[in-house]
Design a protein around this ligand. Sequence first.
Ligand SMILES: NC(=O)c1ccc[n+]([C@@H]2O[C@H](COP(=O)([O-])OP(=O)(O)OC[C@H]3O[C@@H](n4cnc5c(N)ncnc54)[C@H](OP(=O)(O)O)[C@@H]3O)[C@@H](O)[C@H]2O)c1
Length: 336
Amino acid sequence: MKAWYIESYGGPDKLRCGDLPEPQITPDDVLVEVRASSVNPIDWKMRSGMTRLILKHDFPLILGNDLAGVVVGVGSRVSGFSVGDAVYARPDKRQIGAFAERIAVQAYEVAPMPAGLDFAEAASLPLVGLTCLQGLGGLAGLAAGQKALIHAGAGGVGTFAIQYAKYLGAQVATTASVAKHDLLQSLGADETIDYRTQDFTAVLKDCDVVLDTVGGDTLRRSVKVLKPGGMIVSVSGPPGPEFAREWGLSLPLSMVVSLMSAGIRRRARAAGGRYRFFIMHASGDQLREIATLVEGGVIRPVIDRVFDFDKTRDALAYAEAGHATGKVVIRGLTGN
Ligand SMILES: NC(=O)c1ccc[n+]([C@@H]2O[C@H](COP(=O)([O-])OP(=O)(O)OC[C@H]3O[C@@H](n4cnc5c(N)ncnc54)[C@H](OP(=O)(O)O)[C@@H]3O)[C@@H](O)[C@H]2O)c1
Protein backbone atom coordinates (compact mmCIF):
# COMPACT_ATOMS: atom_id res chain seq x y z
CA MET A 1 0.00 0.00 0.00
CA LYS A 2 1.03 3.64 -0.44
CA ALA A 3 2.20 5.42 2.70
CA TRP A 4 4.14 8.49 3.85
CA TYR A 5 6.99 7.36 6.07
CA ILE A 6 10.46 8.20 7.40
CA GLU A 7 13.51 5.94 7.62
CA SER A 8 15.46 8.31 9.85
CA TYR A 9 14.75 11.51 11.77
CA GLY A 10 15.28 14.89 10.19
CA GLY A 11 13.79 17.68 8.10
CA PRO A 12 10.88 17.69 5.64
CA ASP A 13 12.95 15.88 2.97
CA LYS A 14 13.00 12.76 5.21
CA LEU A 15 9.29 12.23 4.58
CA ARG A 16 8.86 9.86 1.63
CA CYS A 17 5.93 8.35 -0.17
CA GLY A 18 6.25 4.74 -1.28
CA ASP A 19 4.92 1.19 -1.16
CA LEU A 20 5.04 -0.51 2.23
CA PRO A 21 3.63 -3.88 3.33
CA GLU A 22 -0.04 -4.07 4.30
CA PRO A 23 -0.66 -3.67 8.05
CA GLN A 24 -1.22 -6.96 9.89
CA ILE A 25 -4.15 -6.97 12.29
CA THR A 26 -4.03 -8.70 15.68
CA PRO A 27 -7.20 -10.33 17.11
CA ASP A 28 -7.94 -7.03 18.91
CA ASP A 29 -7.53 -4.73 15.91
CA VAL A 30 -9.73 -3.38 13.18
CA LEU A 31 -8.27 -2.64 9.76
CA VAL A 32 -9.38 0.76 8.49
CA GLU A 33 -9.18 2.11 4.95
CA VAL A 34 -8.16 5.72 5.54
CA ARG A 35 -10.48 8.19 3.79
CA ALA A 36 -8.98 11.23 5.54
CA SER A 37 -6.33 12.03 8.12
CA SER A 38 -5.26 15.27 9.77
CA VAL A 39 -1.96 16.85 10.70
CA ASN A 40 -0.90 17.54 14.28
CA PRO A 41 2.34 19.15 15.50
CA ILE A 42 3.31 15.72 16.86
CA ASP A 43 3.73 14.58 13.22
CA TRP A 44 6.55 16.97 12.44
CA LYS A 45 7.94 16.63 15.98
CA MET A 46 8.15 12.85 15.42
CA ARG A 47 9.67 13.32 11.97
CA SER A 48 12.38 15.57 13.37
CA GLY A 49 13.16 13.21 16.28
CA MET A 50 12.01 15.62 19.02
CA THR A 51 9.97 12.86 20.65
CA ARG A 52 12.54 10.06 20.42
CA LEU A 53 13.53 10.11 24.10
CA ILE A 54 10.05 9.18 25.27
CA LEU A 55 8.55 7.49 22.19
CA LYS A 56 10.41 4.57 20.64
CA HIS A 57 9.49 3.62 17.09
CA ASP A 58 10.99 1.30 14.50
CA PHE A 59 11.73 2.42 10.94
CA PRO A 60 10.23 2.70 8.45
CA LEU A 61 7.80 4.78 10.53
CA ILE A 62 4.55 5.80 8.85
CA LEU A 63 3.42 9.14 10.26
CA GLY A 64 -0.13 10.27 10.99
CA ASN A 65 -2.03 10.39 14.28
CA ASP A 66 -5.66 11.03 13.25
CA LEU A 67 -7.95 9.26 10.83
CA ALA A 68 -11.46 8.69 9.59
CA GLY A 69 -12.29 5.83 7.28
CA VAL A 70 -14.10 2.59 6.62
CA VAL A 71 -13.56 -0.73 8.39
CA VAL A 72 -12.26 -3.32 5.92
CA GLY A 73 -11.16 -6.04 8.37
CA VAL A 74 -12.01 -7.12 11.90
CA GLY A 75 -9.85 -9.13 14.36
CA SER A 76 -11.24 -12.36 15.80
CA ARG A 77 -11.74 -10.93 19.32
CA VAL A 78 -13.35 -7.66 18.19
CA SER A 79 -17.03 -7.07 18.77
CA GLY A 80 -19.04 -3.97 17.95
CA PHE A 81 -17.44 -3.21 14.59
CA SER A 82 -18.19 -4.69 11.16
CA VAL A 83 -16.75 -4.34 7.69
CA GLY A 84 -18.24 -1.22 6.09
CA ASP A 85 -18.58 0.83 9.31
CA ALA A 86 -17.51 4.48 9.07
CA VAL A 87 -15.18 5.14 12.00
CA TYR A 88 -12.70 7.66 13.34
CA ALA A 89 -9.72 7.26 15.65
CA ARG A 90 -6.55 8.54 17.18
CA PRO A 91 -4.45 5.36 17.23
CA ASP A 92 -2.20 4.58 20.18
CA LYS A 93 1.07 6.54 20.02
CA ARG A 94 3.00 3.31 19.46
CA GLN A 95 0.77 2.21 16.58
CA ILE A 96 0.45 5.38 14.52
CA GLY A 97 0.48 5.52 10.71
CA ALA A 98 -2.61 7.29 9.41
CA PHE A 99 -0.82 8.80 6.37
CA ALA A 100 -1.37 5.54 4.50
CA GLU A 101 -4.01 3.70 2.54
CA ARG A 102 -4.83 1.40 5.48
CA ILE A 103 -4.02 1.19 9.18
CA ALA A 104 -4.56 -1.42 11.89
CA VAL A 105 -6.02 0.18 15.02
CA GLN A 106 -6.89 -1.43 18.35
CA ALA A 107 -10.68 -1.60 18.57
CA TYR A 108 -10.83 0.21 21.94
CA GLU A 109 -9.31 3.28 20.24
CA VAL A 110 -11.97 3.48 17.52
CA ALA A 111 -15.50 4.90 17.51
CA PRO A 112 -18.27 5.28 14.96
CA MET A 113 -17.92 8.55 13.06
CA PRO A 114 -20.17 11.41 14.20
CA ALA A 115 -23.36 11.45 12.10
CA GLY A 116 -23.52 14.35 9.67
CA LEU A 117 -19.77 14.79 9.24
CA ASP A 118 -17.77 13.89 6.15
CA PHE A 119 -14.47 12.01 6.45
CA ALA A 120 -12.37 15.19 6.34
CA GLU A 121 -14.34 16.78 9.17
CA ALA A 122 -14.27 13.63 11.28
CA ALA A 123 -10.50 13.18 10.80
CA SER A 124 -9.92 16.70 12.14
CA LEU A 125 -11.28 15.88 15.58
CA PRO A 126 -9.79 12.89 17.45
CA LEU A 127 -6.41 14.05 18.78
CA VAL A 128 -7.43 17.62 19.58
CA GLY A 129 -10.80 16.55 20.97
CA LEU A 130 -9.30 13.91 23.26
CA THR A 131 -6.72 16.47 24.42
CA CYS A 132 -9.50 18.83 25.49
CA LEU A 133 -11.63 16.18 27.20
CA GLN A 134 -8.64 14.82 29.09
CA GLY A 135 -7.03 18.19 29.89
CA LEU A 136 -9.90 20.60 30.51
CA GLY A 137 -12.51 18.10 31.64
CA GLY A 138 -10.41 15.38 33.28
CA LEU A 139 -7.24 16.88 34.69
CA ALA A 140 -8.36 20.44 35.39
CA GLY A 141 -11.97 19.57 36.18
CA LEU A 142 -13.16 22.80 34.53
CA ALA A 143 -16.66 23.49 35.85
CA ALA A 144 -19.60 25.80 35.20
CA GLY A 145 -19.01 29.36 36.33
CA GLN A 146 -15.22 29.06 36.26
CA LYS A 147 -12.92 31.17 34.10
CA ALA A 148 -10.61 29.56 31.56
CA LEU A 149 -7.81 31.02 29.48
CA ILE A 150 -7.18 29.07 26.28
CA HIS A 151 -3.89 29.98 24.65
CA ALA A 152 -3.64 29.82 20.83
CA GLY A 153 -7.42 29.66 20.50
CA ALA A 154 -7.14 29.61 16.70
CA GLY A 155 -5.09 26.40 16.61
CA GLY A 156 -6.29 22.85 16.24
CA VAL A 157 -6.50 22.34 20.01
CA GLY A 158 -7.72 25.87 20.70
CA THR A 159 -10.70 25.85 18.33
CA PHE A 160 -11.97 22.65 19.99
CA ALA A 161 -11.04 23.82 23.51
CA ILE A 162 -13.05 27.04 23.27
CA GLN A 163 -16.18 25.15 22.26
CA TYR A 164 -15.67 22.45 24.89
CA ALA A 165 -14.96 24.94 27.70
CA LYS A 166 -18.19 26.79 26.82
CA TYR A 167 -20.05 23.48 26.86
CA LEU A 168 -18.69 22.91 30.39
CA GLY A 169 -20.18 26.28 31.34
CA ALA A 170 -16.96 28.25 31.73
CA GLN A 171 -16.26 31.86 30.85
CA VAL A 172 -13.61 31.72 28.14
CA ALA A 173 -10.77 34.08 27.30
CA THR A 174 -8.41 33.25 24.48
CA THR A 175 -5.24 34.54 22.82
CA ALA A 176 -5.04 34.78 19.04
CA SER A 177 -4.01 37.25 16.37
CA VAL A 178 -6.70 39.82 15.69
CA ALA A 179 -7.76 38.55 12.25
CA LYS A 180 -8.99 35.37 13.93
CA HIS A 181 -11.04 36.99 16.71
CA ASP A 182 -14.38 36.92 14.85
CA LEU A 183 -14.08 33.19 14.28
CA LEU A 184 -13.20 32.54 17.91
CA GLN A 185 -16.13 34.63 19.11
CA SER A 186 -18.39 32.60 16.83
CA LEU A 187 -17.06 29.49 18.59
CA GLY A 188 -18.07 30.99 21.94
CA ALA A 189 -15.03 32.90 23.22
CA ASP A 190 -16.13 35.67 25.62
CA GLU A 191 -12.86 37.57 25.51
CA THR A 192 -10.30 37.62 22.68
CA ILE A 193 -6.81 38.98 23.27
CA ASP A 194 -4.43 39.82 20.43
CA TYR A 195 -1.24 38.08 21.49
CA ARG A 196 0.82 40.15 19.06
CA THR A 197 -0.12 43.57 20.44
CA GLN A 198 -1.62 42.95 23.89
CA ASP A 199 -0.17 41.57 27.10
CA PHE A 200 -2.72 39.04 28.35
CA THR A 201 -1.43 39.44 31.92
CA ALA A 202 -2.52 43.09 31.83
CA VAL A 203 -6.13 42.32 30.93
CA LEU A 204 -6.81 39.02 32.69
CA LYS A 205 -6.78 37.80 36.25
CA ASP A 206 -8.30 35.11 38.46
CA CYS A 207 -8.36 32.28 35.93
CA ASP A 208 -9.33 28.90 37.37
CA VAL A 209 -7.76 27.08 34.45
CA VAL A 210 -5.15 28.02 31.85
CA LEU A 211 -4.73 25.67 28.91
CA ASP A 212 -1.18 26.23 27.70
CA THR A 213 -0.59 25.22 24.10
CA VAL A 214 2.36 27.57 23.52
CA GLY A 215 4.94 27.02 26.28
CA GLY A 216 8.02 29.22 26.83
CA ASP A 217 7.41 32.79 27.88
CA THR A 218 3.63 32.47 27.40
CA LEU A 219 3.60 29.64 29.94
CA ARG A 220 5.82 31.51 32.41
CA ARG A 221 3.62 34.62 32.27
CA SER A 222 0.43 32.56 32.62
CA VAL A 223 1.16 32.13 36.33
CA LYS A 224 0.30 35.81 36.77
CA VAL A 225 -3.33 35.32 35.70
CA LEU A 226 -3.93 32.21 37.82
CA LYS A 227 -6.38 32.33 40.69
CA PRO A 228 -5.26 30.74 43.98
CA GLY A 229 -6.33 27.12 43.71
CA GLY A 230 -6.20 27.32 39.90
CA MET A 231 -4.34 25.06 37.51
CA ILE A 232 -2.18 25.51 34.44
CA VAL A 233 -2.66 22.47 32.23
CA SER A 234 0.06 22.37 29.62
CA VAL A 235 0.41 20.31 26.48
CA SER A 236 3.48 22.24 25.34
CA GLY A 237 5.47 23.13 28.44
CA PRO A 238 8.05 21.02 30.21
CA PRO A 239 6.90 17.63 31.51
CA GLY A 240 6.74 17.10 35.28
CA PRO A 241 7.24 14.25 37.73
CA GLU A 242 3.63 13.00 37.41
CA PHE A 243 4.18 12.58 33.70
CA ALA A 244 7.43 10.70 34.33
CA ARG A 245 5.59 8.31 36.68
CA GLU A 246 2.61 7.81 34.36
CA TRP A 247 4.89 7.06 31.42
CA GLY A 248 7.23 4.84 33.44
CA LEU A 249 10.32 6.85 32.46
CA SER A 250 13.74 5.65 33.64
CA LEU A 251 15.12 7.21 36.83
CA PRO A 252 17.68 9.43 35.05
CA LEU A 253 15.07 10.63 32.55
CA SER A 254 12.56 11.23 35.36
CA MET A 255 15.12 13.38 37.15
CA VAL A 256 15.79 15.40 33.99
CA VAL A 257 12.07 15.83 33.42
CA SER A 258 11.48 16.97 37.02
CA LEU A 259 14.31 19.47 36.76
CA MET A 260 12.98 20.87 33.49
CA SER A 261 9.66 21.79 35.07
CA ALA A 262 10.94 22.71 38.56
CA GLY A 263 10.80 26.45 37.85
CA ILE A 264 7.27 26.61 36.51
CA ARG A 265 5.97 24.25 39.20
CA ARG A 266 7.56 26.44 41.89
CA ARG A 267 6.09 29.61 40.39
CA ALA A 268 2.64 28.08 40.13
CA ARG A 269 2.83 26.91 43.77
CA ALA A 270 3.95 30.38 44.86
CA ALA A 271 0.80 31.77 43.19
CA GLY A 272 -1.29 29.25 45.15
CA GLY A 273 -1.94 27.14 42.06
CA ARG A 274 -0.67 24.04 40.31
CA TYR A 275 1.09 23.15 37.08
CA ARG A 276 0.48 19.91 35.21
CA PHE A 277 1.84 18.73 31.87
CA PHE A 278 0.19 15.80 30.14
CA ILE A 279 0.13 13.93 26.85
CA MET A 280 -3.27 12.81 25.68
CA HIS A 281 -4.08 9.13 25.17
CA ALA A 282 -6.25 7.22 22.72
CA SER A 283 -9.81 6.40 23.79
CA GLY A 284 -12.70 5.12 21.71
CA ASP A 285 -15.09 5.79 24.61
CA GLN A 286 -14.19 9.47 24.67
CA LEU A 287 -14.50 9.62 20.87
CA ARG A 288 -18.07 8.41 21.36
CA GLU A 289 -18.61 11.33 23.77
CA ILE A 290 -17.18 13.69 21.18
CA ALA A 291 -19.50 12.25 18.53
CA THR A 292 -22.46 12.97 20.81
CA LEU A 293 -21.26 16.56 21.28
CA VAL A 294 -20.89 17.02 17.52
CA GLU A 295 -24.31 15.50 16.83
CA GLY A 296 -25.81 17.77 19.51
CA GLY A 297 -24.38 20.87 17.81
CA VAL A 298 -21.95 21.59 20.69
CA ILE A 299 -18.76 21.10 18.70
CA ARG A 300 -18.13 21.91 15.05
CA PRO A 301 -14.93 21.06 13.22
CA VAL A 302 -12.79 23.99 12.09
CA ILE A 303 -10.72 23.17 9.02
CA ASP A 304 -8.14 25.49 7.50
CA ARG A 305 -7.17 23.53 4.37
CA VAL A 306 -7.57 20.09 2.85
CA PHE A 307 -4.61 18.62 0.93
CA ASP A 308 -4.58 15.66 -1.43
CA PHE A 309 -2.72 12.54 -0.28
CA ASP A 310 0.13 13.15 -2.72
CA LYS A 311 0.62 16.60 -1.14
CA THR A 312 1.14 15.25 2.38
CA ARG A 313 4.61 16.79 2.62
CA ASP A 314 3.09 20.20 1.76
CA ALA A 315 0.37 19.65 4.36
CA LEU A 316 2.99 19.07 7.04
CA ALA A 317 5.01 22.09 5.93
CA TYR A 318 1.88 24.26 6.03
CA ALA A 319 1.02 23.08 9.55
CA GLU A 320 4.62 23.30 10.73
CA ALA A 321 4.69 27.01 9.81
CA GLY A 322 2.43 27.37 12.86
CA HIS A 323 -0.31 29.67 11.55
CA ALA A 324 -3.13 27.34 10.57
CA THR A 325 -6.61 28.28 11.72
CA GLY A 326 -8.11 25.05 13.03
CA LYS A 327 -6.97 21.83 11.40
CA VAL A 328 -5.05 20.82 8.30
CA VAL A 329 -6.61 17.74 6.70
CA ILE A 330 -5.29 15.21 4.17
CA ARG A 331 -7.66 13.37 1.83
CA GLY A 332 -7.16 9.61 1.81
CA LEU A 333 -5.92 7.94 -1.35
CA THR A 334 -8.98 5.73 -1.60
CA GLY A 335 -12.63 6.62 -1.92
CA ASN A 336 -12.37 10.34 -2.62
N1 LIG B 1 0.60 16.94 24.98
C1 LIG B 1 -0.41 16.63 24.18
O1 LIG B 1 -1.11 15.64 24.37
C2 LIG B 1 -0.72 17.52 23.01
C3 LIG B 1 -1.89 17.35 22.28
C4 LIG B 1 -2.19 18.25 21.26
C5 LIG B 1 -1.31 19.28 20.97
N2 LIG B 1 -0.17 19.41 21.70
C6 LIG B 1 0.74 20.54 21.46
O2 LIG B 1 0.01 21.73 21.58
C7 LIG B 1 0.54 22.72 20.71
C8 LIG B 1 -0.60 23.32 19.91
O3 LIG B 1 -1.15 22.32 19.06
P1 LIG B 1 -2.17 22.74 17.92
O4 LIG B 1 -2.54 21.51 17.18
O5 LIG B 1 -3.26 23.59 18.46
O6 LIG B 1 -1.20 23.65 17.02
P2 LIG B 1 -1.53 24.49 15.72
O7 LIG B 1 -2.90 24.20 15.24
O8 LIG B 1 -0.41 24.31 14.79
O9 LIG B 1 -1.48 26.01 16.25
C9 LIG B 1 -1.45 27.03 15.32
C10 LIG B 1 -2.12 28.26 15.88
O10 LIG B 1 -1.38 28.78 17.00
C11 LIG B 1 -1.48 30.19 16.99
N3 LIG B 1 -0.37 30.75 17.77
C12 LIG B 1 0.94 30.55 17.57
N4 LIG B 1 1.65 31.18 18.54
C13 LIG B 1 0.76 31.78 19.36
C14 LIG B 1 0.86 32.56 20.53
N5 LIG B 1 2.06 32.88 21.07
N6 LIG B 1 -0.26 32.98 21.13
C15 LIG B 1 -1.48 32.68 20.61
N7 LIG B 1 -1.65 31.94 19.49
C16 LIG B 1 -0.54 31.50 18.88
C17 LIG B 1 -1.42 30.54 15.52
O11 LIG B 1 -2.05 31.76 15.30
P3 LIG B 1 -1.37 32.92 14.40
O12 LIG B 1 -1.43 32.44 12.98
O13 LIG B 1 -2.24 34.08 14.67
O14 LIG B 1 0.03 33.07 14.90
C18 LIG B 1 -2.20 29.38 14.87
O15 LIG B 1 -3.57 29.70 14.68
C19 LIG B 1 1.63 22.01 19.90
O16 LIG B 1 2.87 22.27 20.51
C20 LIG B 1 1.30 20.54 20.05
O17 LIG B 1 2.43 19.71 19.92
C21 LIG B 1 0.16 18.54 22.68
